[in-house]
Ligand binder design. Structure first.
Ligand code: ITT
Length: 203
């Protein structure tokens, strides 16, 4: 059974492909480009909206094929900023903002407040949908946000995030290290038994 990833984010796609043994396919390979309105009020709601939208489109276009759809809604939260950007991480610098613009805005926000380092955490909600139902799991990664970008690895806010127990940012640490720590990896570890159960139930 095909596992379809309901994401257009190339950074997430790369990490999911590295972390999943099974073949995962980006929804765009089956459905082309689609713009999904994420108007939920939590990571879980937005993850469900994305997975449901893709699952319904797949059912329309491939009615006799079974699919498992997984989505990821994620973001970074700073207690200093009341949890911002949180679910608005992708549009912190405005609708359609680039990763670079969002990163720059968060760096500038810290610099304007004279804060060089402050606690932060990433959250990921992964929604899983098949004809057997809908599931949502969460993962978190804690650390500190700093007021300048370091390193080119990862994506998004990674150059300003130092995981707990590390001295380097996720922009400096290699992908396999991030894959042992990340919010996405923690959520995926909970998602995998559900995906396996759905695969077993279908066969
Ligand atoms: P899809 O909805 O198509 O999956 P998106 O980029 O719009 O892609 P989200 O709405 O979940 O995804 O927004 C996630 C935001 O949080 C985005 O700005 C990312 O850069 C940031 N983010 C999430 N996980 C991250 C990670 O592991 N490293 C760095 N930034 C991350």
């Amino acid at each position: 059974m095909k596992i379809v990833l309901a994401t257009s984010n190339s950074g997430k796609l790369r990490e999911f492909k590295q972390m999943c043994q099974e073949e995962v396919v980006a929804f765009s390979e089956l459905l082309g480009d689609l713009d999904i309105i994420e108007d939920g009020e939590s990571f879980a709601q937005n993850a469900t909206i994305k997975a449901r939208t893709i699952y319904e489109k797949l059912q329309e276009q491939y009615p006799s094929e079974p699919f498992i759809v997984i989505s990821d809604d994620s973001g970074i939260s700073l207690p200093l900023l009341g949890g911002s950007p949180g679910i608005y991480s992708a549009r912190y610098a405005g609708e359609g903002a680039t990763d670079k613009a969002n990163l720059t805005k968060l760096l500038t926000t810290l610099q304007d407040q004279g804060v060089t380092r402050t606690p932060a955490y990433y959250t990921a909600a992964i929604a899983i949908i098949s004809d057997l139902g809908e599931y949502v799991v969460h993962g978190w990664m804690h650390g500190d946000a700093i007021d300048h970008a370091r390193g080119e690895k990862g994506f998004g806010y990674d150059p300003m995030f130092i995981p707990t127990h590390y001295t380097q940012t996720l922009g400096e640490l290699d992908d396999p290290i991030k894959a042992t720590l990340s919010h996405r990896a923690q959520a995926l570890a909970l998602a995998k038994p559900i995906i396996q159960m759905l695969q077993r139930s279908a066969s």
